[in-house]
Design a protein. Structure first.
Length: 194
């Protein structure tokens, strides 16, 4: 596979689509389709989670039913070598390469000067889904003799609500945490798409 097409779409609820999932995915003519604001739960029905010729991956809100959430659909034969369902998962992958024994939430706690609970809450809404691919199938993402993983991130950023100070603080913390994740991946020489 020489070229790969990646697209991103805020769908405002996967159940809101009017056509069969496969026809929607086919119409996007992409190899990797990142979807934000899926509003799904772990018990999502097959009609919204499966489509012939695609592999689907989901991250759901832990506390609120049918809220936020992200998904990624990969056209066959494309399959990730790893999936990351949270900021913590991504950070554990990248900081473990730096011989760091701290977990992702501990890393965020220290770097953002927040509590462990606040760090864990950044992952409670299913806003991050990362897929790692081997770049040996993506020649456009590497130079000769170079093999390094490609990480595609599907991220649903919180909206700005200036009237809700608590959510405004959450938004700023979330953005800072995502930035730390990306910087950590770049330190470890990952290719990445957002």
């Amino acid at each position: 596979m020489n070229r790969v097409r990646i697209c991103s779409w805020n769908i405002n609820g996967l159940r809101s689509i009017q056509h069969p999932l496969k026809s929607i995915l086919d119409s996007l003519t992409s190899d990797i389709i990142c979807i934000q604001e899926t509003k799904t739960t772990p018990d999502i029905s097959r009609e919204f989670a499966f489509a012939d010729n695609y592999n689907g991956y989901f991250s759901h809100s832990i506390h609120k039913t049918g809220y936020s959430g992200t998904a990624v659909f990969c056209r066959n034969p494309l399959k990730p070598t790893k999936t990351f369902h949270s900021l913590n998962d991504i950070l554990v992958e990248s900081i473990s390469c730096q011989n760091n024994s701290i977990d992702g939430w501990g890393f965020l706690k220290r770097k953002l000067n927040i509590s462990h609970t606040e760090a864990r809450n950044l992952d409670a809404e299913g806003r991050v889904l990362g897929l790692q691919f081997s770049t040996d199938i993506f020649t456009t993402f590497r130079t000769p003799d170079e093999i390094r993983p490609l990480i595609v991130l599907s991220i649903y950023f919180p909206r700005l609500n200036p009237e809700n100070v608590e959510r405004l603080n959450y938004k700023h913390l979330f953005q800072s945490a995502v930035q730390l994740c990306i910087e950590s991946l770049l330190i470890e020489n990952y290719c990445w798409g957002l």
